[in-house]
Each structure stands twice: as C-alpha cells, then as structure tokens.
Design a binder for this molecule. Structure first.
Ligand code: AMP
Length: 546
C-alpha cells in the first residue's frame, strides 16, 4: 500500500523560495576585490539569481549544460549558486589553486560552456583560454567601471549582463535528481574526479547539517564559511544558511588573513565559523600577536584535515570558543561526521574529553559508515581496530562524473571506499588515523601519523608537523617527523621526541625528526604527503634503530 503524502520534489529552488519568503531581509556581507564590505540581503541575492538565469538563457544554454566558476566566496558567487542550479544548469565550481594541467583537464572534461571568474583570475584564464575549445563565453565578475583590459575574445561584464536582464524568470519544475553542481576532487593519483551533486542530495545535506547534532545553524547565527565555495560547496553553507535564516559573512579573497577574519567576526557578530585547521592557525596567531579576540564567536567547525587539540584548546581557553571537529569529503557533499558532546560527557575529566574531541565525531542521520579489514570483513566498533572506512547515504556520490566504469571505489552493495583508515568507538565516534596511501606500516603494524602529528603540534615551538614513513631495512618502514618550528628558537630534538613517551606505543615513536622551513600543501590546503615522501625518499635514519 502506498502512503498518501505529497511527493514534493526536494529542490534547491525550494530552498531559495523559502529563504526569500521567510528570511528575505537577512544580510549577506561580502569582501570582494573591489569592496572590503559589500552588503546585501537574501532578497537581493534571489532577485539577481533570476537575472543570472535569464543571462544563461540568452547565452543559449541547454538544460544540463555546465557553467564554471573560478571565484572566491562572495555575494556574486552565491547568486550563481542559485541562478545556475535552479534554472536546470550545472554549477561547476573550479579550484583555482589546482595545477595548470589539472585545470585544463577539468574544464575540458566537464565541457563547460560559460566561465564566470573573479578579475584576479584573469591572467590564469588568459593562459587557459587557448586550450578551452568548449567555453563560448567568459564573464568577469565585476562592474563595468572596474573591468580590466584583456585581449580575451567573448569577454563579458557580469554587472552589465545582469543590468540588461529581466528580474522575472519562471523557475523550471525539475525532477529532484536533476544534476545541480559539479566539483572535482584531486586524488593522489590519476586525473581529478568529478562529483556531480543533485538537487535532492543537496537539500538533504543542507537539512541534515542544520541538525543540532551536526552544524546546528539557526536564525540567531551569523555564519562565516572560511572554506571556499569552490571546495565541496563551502561545506554546504550557501544552502544551510538559507534554510536556517543565518546571516552570512563571506570573506572573498581574504580567506587566510587573520586580520580580516578577526575584523569580520567582531564587526559582523559572527557566531559560527567554518574552515580547515591552517586557517585557524593564522587567525589564532594574529589574535595572539595583537592581543585581540573574537568575542561574538561561539563555535568553530574544523575539518578537511585533522584538527590538533592545541587549536581547540587555544580557542576554548583564550577566547571561549568551542570547536567541533568534523570529517568529510567532496564525495559526501561533504559532511561525514561531526563531534558534539553528550550531556554526561560535560562532566568528564579534561584528559578523557581530549581523547573524544580529537576524534572526528559521529555520523549524522543520513550517513552510514563501517570499517573493514583487507578481506572486506567488517571490524568491530571498539575504538581499537583500524580499517578501511566505507560510507553510504543520501548525500554520498554513487559514481564519478563521466568515469567510464573505472570507479573501483564503489562496491556492489552501494558502499563507497573513502580511502581513509579509521577506528570507530562503541559510541560511534570516528577516529581518522590516516589516508590509506599515507599509512605507515612498521613490522606489519599500523602507525597513525595523525595521532603523532597531533602530539607534535601540542609543543609551543612547533608550528606545523607531518609524519611520513621512510624505508627501513628491518621494519619495512619507520616514521619520520617533519617539523616547521615557530619563529624564534629551534626546539630541542630530544624534547620533541620525548613528547611521545608514554602517550603512544613505543614502536610508534618517530625514529628521527627534521626541521624544515615549509611543508608542501595540496590545492585544498592539506599536507601533501606525496611531495613530502618524494623530498625524503633518500632519507636514512641516523638515530639508533629500534
Ligand atoms: P576533500 O574531498 O578534498 O575534502 O578531502 C577529503 C579527505 O580529507 C578525507 O578523505 C580525509 O582524508 C581528509 N579529512 C577531512 N576531514 C578530516 C579530519 N577531520 N581529520 C582527518 N582527515 C580529514
């Protein structure tokens, strides 16, 4: 027997309609290349999204065509999020930090027909354009008076196009599985892979991430996504803010700038800020140097890479800000898990809480997870067993865009192999220990580089740390600690190595450490262990062998 409830499709268009009706006067504050503090409200974003849709129609786009963006977080990018997807086209957000060859591959693989970009990316687009045969129109996200000079053909000014376009547009009635957005994730090997989101997955993800056990956004919040709108949809905040009526503060090109972030948080009353650990390191060191604080900020959501406990503690102890440690992937829209405390945990001792908070938390309703051994057998949720982490759920992708059947990450039972190695404890808390490809195996036993890195950065003289496996005659591999020291004195090697004693198994303790000026990062701001391993490929351990 079928239920007799309405089958209203889950559409991003409905998010937009709802937000316009319910929270139309809620502010969106943006830093742009041309204006340090642009202000508008949801209603303006929606009105201009109508104009975006008319512009795309006039350009001759067909439903399902890809529309690319190379842009920071600001109101114009937000308008494109709604205008493109709700009109039935696919918003392809491109990460400008990728290598030139990867960018070429991505644009051509996606066959984008239009490219919207911030003026700051003009030199990059000029270099790319010769080799982008499918792109028919280039639109600079600028007003007419600020348009830069360029020899690019088919160049258009965004504000002029919008000015000429009607504010009336009849949004099409789309099926809920219509593709809405595309984001490529650069794996460790091979070409980047496209994750093709749809309206349904996006609405469910936004709904799920507003849950109190997840990001818990509400109308009393002001949210600052310091995670780029070109990386996993800024963790879905353009949608979850609109669902919850939260004021948005968009930092534009000033993502990693502690001074701007502090001013935005204080000036705009930001209550929730989201970003990767390196962003918060920049903010915290700015606060320390200037003796300033972030008085309105209640919580940060930190993910994308393991968040050191020292970052959480500094936020809490010096600024009264609570940190939720989360884990996710582009393939998961991206929310996979988030750490929130239960009532009984509030009375735990600090040392017990530290163990829990260093983990990546529980999966929200909508995401299922399991860990398996090398034979695919499920491992227990005992917080001890390490295994390959697999997930499935409403907002997890089920294949890569135009992957021609080469998706060995997806199994027949509908699980996706995340490529992460993890433990899950009896309360369902996920503990990411490594990327599968970064796992260090010493004498057949796994060593968690993430746990070692976390301990290393707890030393006040350590700015950043990474642990990699280097080859070893007897054990196959042994861990090597690589450290960027804080400005000033280089810390004593033995003191740092002594940090691990009694905190991890003896055989986990790195055999040596080296100081470097810089650790290489990927285009999404993560430590590039591949490059680091290449850098230390000839490294021979010079301390007595274990
Ligand atoms: P991306 O799709 O670029 O966002 O990368 C996803 C990957 O980032 C995951 O598969 C993890 O390896 C890593 N990651 C994300 N969040 C965390 C976290 N909190 N701790 C450790 N690794 C993380």
């Amino acid at each position: 027997m079928q239920g007799q409830m309405m089958k209203t499709p889950l559409l991003i268009t409905e998010i937009m309609r709802f937000a316009g009706r319910q929270y139309g006067d809620t502010e969106v504050v943006s830093v742009t290349g041309e204006n340090p503090l642009h202000r508008c409200v949801y209603k303006d974003v929606i009105r201009r999204a109508h104009q975006v849709a008319n512009v795309l129609h006039t350009l001759g786009l067909e439903k399902g065509d890809r529309v690319a963006t190379l842009a920071w977080n600001d109101f114009r990018h937000l308008e494109l999020y709604y205008g493109v997807s709700c009109a039935g086209y696919v918003l392809h957000t491109v990460n400008p930090r990728l290598f030139f060859e990867q960018l070429l591959y991505i644009f051509n693989h996606a066959e984008d027909r239009v490219l919207f970009f911030d003026p700051v990316f003009l030199p990059l687009v000029e270099k790319l354009s010769d080799q982008l045969p499918k792109v028919e129109a280039y639109v600079i996200l600028s007003s007419e008076d600020k348009m830069p000079q360029t020899p690019l053909p088919s160049i258009k000014c965004y504000e002029t196009l919008l000015h000429e376009a009607s504010e009336d547009y009849e949004w099409p009635a789309l099926a809920e599985d219509t593709a809405s957005a595309l984001c490529y994730t650069s794996g460790t090997t091979g070409h980047p892979k496209g994750v093709l989101y749809d309206h349904r997955s996006t609405v469910l993800h936004a709904y799920g991430s507003c849950h109190r056990n997840a990001m818990g956004l509400g109308r009393r919040d002001t949210v600052l996504p310091v995670v780029p709108m070109f990386h996993a949809n800024a963790w879905g905040t353009p949608y979850s803010a609109f669902i919850s009526g939260a004021k948005m503060v968009l930092p534009g090109p000033k993502m990693g700038d502690g001074k701007t972030l502090q001013a935005l948080i204080e000036g705009e009353g930001v209550t929730v800020a989201l970003g990767v650990p390196t962003v918060w390191l920049a903010l915290l060191s700015y606060l320390e140097e200037t003796g300033t604080t972030v008085s309105s900020l209640e919580r940060t959501v930190v993910g994308g890479a393991a968040c050191p406990l020292s970052v959480m503690k500094e936020f809490q102890d010096k600024h009264g800000v609570y940190t939720h440690h989360g884990w996710g992937m582009t393939e998961m829209s991206p929310l996979g898990s988030l750490n929130t405390l239960s009532k009984p945990m509030e009375s735990f001792k600090d040392s017990e809480l530290d163990v829990i908070r260093a983990k990546q938390g529980q999966a929200p309703f909508g995401v299922e997870m399991k860990i398996v051994d090398d034979d695919g057998q499920e491992l227990p949720w005992d917080g001890e067993a390490f295994g390959d982490l697999k997930v499935r759920g409403w907002w997890v992708c089920d294949s890569y865009f135009r992957s021609e059947g080469s998706d060995d990450a997806f199994d027949a039972d509908g699980w996706f192999s995340t490529g992460d190695v993890a433990t899950i404890d009896p309360e369902g808390n996920l503990g990411i220990t490594d990327r599968t490809k970064d796992v260090i195996k010493s004498g057949g036993e796994w060593i968690s580089s993430i746990e070692l890195e976390n301990l290393a950065v707890s030393h006040p003289d350590v700015l950043e740390a990474a642990v990699i496996g280097v080859s070893h005659q007897k054990w196959g591999e042994r861990p090597l600690l690589v450290i960027v020291p804080n400005e000033g004195d280089i810390p004593d090697k033995m003191t740092i190595l002594g940090l691990f004693k009694g905190k991890v198994a003896d055989f986990w303790i790195p055999d040596d450490l080296v100081f470097v000026d810089e650790i290489p990062h990927t285009a999404t701001g993560k430590v590039s262990k591949i490059e680091l391993r290449e850098q230390f490929v000839d490294y021979r351990l010079d301390l007595p062998q274990k």
